[in-house]
Design a protein around this ligand. Structure first.
Ligand code: NAI
Ligand code: XMP
Ligand code: K
Length: 566
């Protein structure tokens, strides 16, 4: 196919090669551009998505979780590594807390399935809602995770306690002391086998080294994970444990932080800044390479070839691209600086490719089509915030807002995030004026990343197949050779490319609001109703009886159904 079709210039010039499209003085983002299909001679399943995060780190899945405090802590990092991607643990905390999150992610051999509820022995349990969806509450020395396990209170035991006074007592008075545990080094199969043989509903996992409790695994979770689609080959570091990244800043104190992170086992470090082309960052890149020659360092963020060139010369092993394109970013409005993300990814990867430095397309991903666009325009991986923030694995608990089950998601440059962690960033100077470059919001519940990332990757494979690209490398070859043709979509073409003209539809396309398999039918219909009332002016009212029938049907057939009312 290559010699007959791909190599020959089209008889009639059709579409633009990337060099021409991106040199017209416009800043384009993903939605502005569209790829023209090419020629298929292989099945979608054979498309390979294996890639490089940095010069020396290979991944089987091109997905990276952003270093944000509402996105990536240990559960997300473990889940992404399990899927073949990687999570970068945020640094909006103390060096010891960040190190503990790295250790917790690396202490396990399969992703956490639930967020265990942990109390101290002097606490009491006021109501059954404190158990959440968990079958038990763990009691630890400090009352937090990553501490020694003292006992457990199972939900069924607590419910069976008929003496109300007893329930008001401290948990130390009735918890099951020194419960059976399994080592956190157990594989998924080991734990599944243990639970099946012991007929237990749940078991706590304890890190043999530190004695700290890492997780609790319920039999129901085991059944759920067995039903998830297969991800890529898990990402492991040279230590044989999950590959985990960590963010740091460019202050003097970050050098000390890095020492802790390296001791905790961080496999790659991201210098986290909105404008990476600074003397501070260049000095830090050189320091990291000098002090830890084995550790790969990712610089950024950059959006121009000039910025990229400077960081490449300083010695970065990877580049993070995006300024103001994130869903919670206000940088372009506040500072008038940044670039449309499609242009930024194309331009930076054009120069980075010449030095063999992989590019991470960071921000602005809200559907699988955006992932295809980022990867085909030259990126080796995509970094995501909002796309992952509504998942089970993101930090924080779900809340209900206006009938939606949501999780909080905030910019790291928002006032709220700055107030929490950035005293270091502002040198503890309380007088310094803080200008927010991000907002605080919430995103819809999407269920587990273990489920929706494999679906998204299958969609990416289909996108690459349409372009005639059987791997990311072949997509980049098509881009650079000019065989790949693009066009800019007019506003009307963008509307046409989305779902339009329907009263109601059940679809996998974007714009998406996912309802997780954990959502009950009642929650699902609630969600539909609220979407209906908050929808656009084209909304047609649908009797709630038919909505609930629709939602029940959808909830039964697929957990990743999308409900859209226009
Ligand atoms: N990708 C994006 O578009 C954006 C991302 N963000 C996120 O917000 C967070 C904070 O970003 P930034 O405010 O850019 O952090 P930053 O730490 O790079 O910059 C904060 C300020 O400190 C200065 N600075 C850095 N190192 C210094 C040193 N050693 N000595 C003296 N001054 C120094 C910087 O020049 C800047 O004025 C990050 O998580 C970042 O990813 C924020 C805005 C935009
Ligand atoms: O202008 C900004 N103000 C902020 O407060 C902020 N916090 C994060 N980021 C960047 O946004 C990326 C995540 O974007 P998405 O939600 O679109 O995936 C992240 O990966 C960051 O690059 C920020 N940008
Ligand atoms: K933005």
């Amino acid at each position: 196919m290559d010699s007959i079709l791909a190599g020959a210039a089209p008889v009639i010039d059709d579409g633009f090669p990337a060099t021409k499209l991106f040199s017209q003085g416009y800043s384009y983002t993903y939605d502005d551009v569209i790829f023209l299909p090419h020629y298929i001679d292989f099945p979608a399943d054979s498309v390979r998505l294996d890639t490089k995060l940095t010069r020396n780190i290979h991944l089987s899945t091109p997905c990276v979780a952003s270093p944000m405090d509402t996105v990536t802590e240990s559960a997300m990092a473990a889940a992404l590594a399990h899927l073949g991607g990687v999570g970068i643990i945020h640094s909006n905390n103390s060096a010891s807390d960040q190190s503990a999150l790295i250790r917790a992610a690396k202490a396990r051999r399969f992703p956490s399935l639930s967020d265990p509820i942990v109390v101290s022995s002097s606490d009491s349990i006021a109501s059954v809602s404190e158990f959440g969806s968990s079958p038990c509450i763990l009691v630890t020395k400090t009352g937090a995770k990553n501490s020694g396990l003292l006992g457990v209170v199972s939900k069924s035991d607590w419910l069976a306690m008929d003496d109300v006074n007893n329930k008001e007592a401290r948990v130390s008075d009735y918890m099951v002391k020194s419960p059976v545990t399994v080592p956190s080094s157990y594989s998924f199969e080991d734990v599944a086998g243990y639970l099946a043989n012991s007929k237990l509903d749940f078991v706590a996992m304890v890190d043999e080294g530190s004695g700290e409790v890492v997780d609790v695994v319920a039999s129901a979770d085991v059944e759920r994970i067995k039903g998830y689609p297969r991800g890529g080959v898990p990402s492991l570091g040279a230590d044989g444990k999950f590959l985990v990244g960590a963010a740091i800043g460019t202050r003097e104190a970050d050098k000390e932080r890095l020492e802790h992170l390296v001791k905790a086992g961080a496999n790659v470090v991201v210098l986290d800044s909105s404008q990476g082309n600074s003397s501070y960052q260049i000095e830090m890149i050189k320091y990291v390479k000098r002090t830890y020659p084995e550790l790969d360092v990712i610089g950024g963020n950059v959006v121009t070839m000039y910025q990229a060139q400077n960081l490449i010369q300083a010695g970065v092993d990877g580049l993070r691209v995006g300024m103001g394109s994130g869903s919670i970013c206000t940088t372009q409005e506040v500072c008038a600086v940044g670039r449309g993300q499609a242009t930024a990814v194309y331009k930076v990867s054009s120069i980075a490719e010449q030095s063999g430095v992989p590019v991470i397309a960071d921000g602005g991903i809200s559907n699988s089509g955006h992932i295809v666009k980022a990867l085909v325009l030259g990126a080796s991986t995509v970094m995501m915030g909002s796309f992952l923030a509504g998942s089970n694995e993101a930090p924080g608990a779900y809340e209900f807002q206006g009938g939606h089950r949501v999780k909080k998601y905030r910019g790291m440059g928002s006032l709220e995030a700055m107030t929490k962690g950035s005293d270091a960033r502002y040198l503890g100077d309380k007088e310094k004026l803080k200008i927010a470059q991000g907002v605080v919001g919430a995103v819809a519940d999407k269920g587990s990343v273990l489920k929706f990332i494999p679906y998204s990757m299958q969609a990416v494979k289909q996108g690459l197949q349409d372009l005639g690209a059987s791997s990311l490398q072949s997509a980049h070859d098509l881009l650079r050779s000019g065989v790949l043709r693009l066009e800019v979509r007019t506003g009307a073409a963008q509307i046409e490319g989305g779902v339009h003209g329907l009263a109601i539809t059940l679809t996998m396309s974007s714009p998406i609001t996912m309802v997780s398999e954990e959502s009950t039918v009642e929650e699902t219909s609630l969600h539909l109703k609220s979407t209906e009332t908050s929808g656009s002016s084209h909304t047609e009212r649908i009797p709630s009886s038919s909505l609930s029938a629709l939602s029940r049907n959808a909830a039964l057939t697929s957990s990743a159904k999308v409900f859209l009312v226009t």
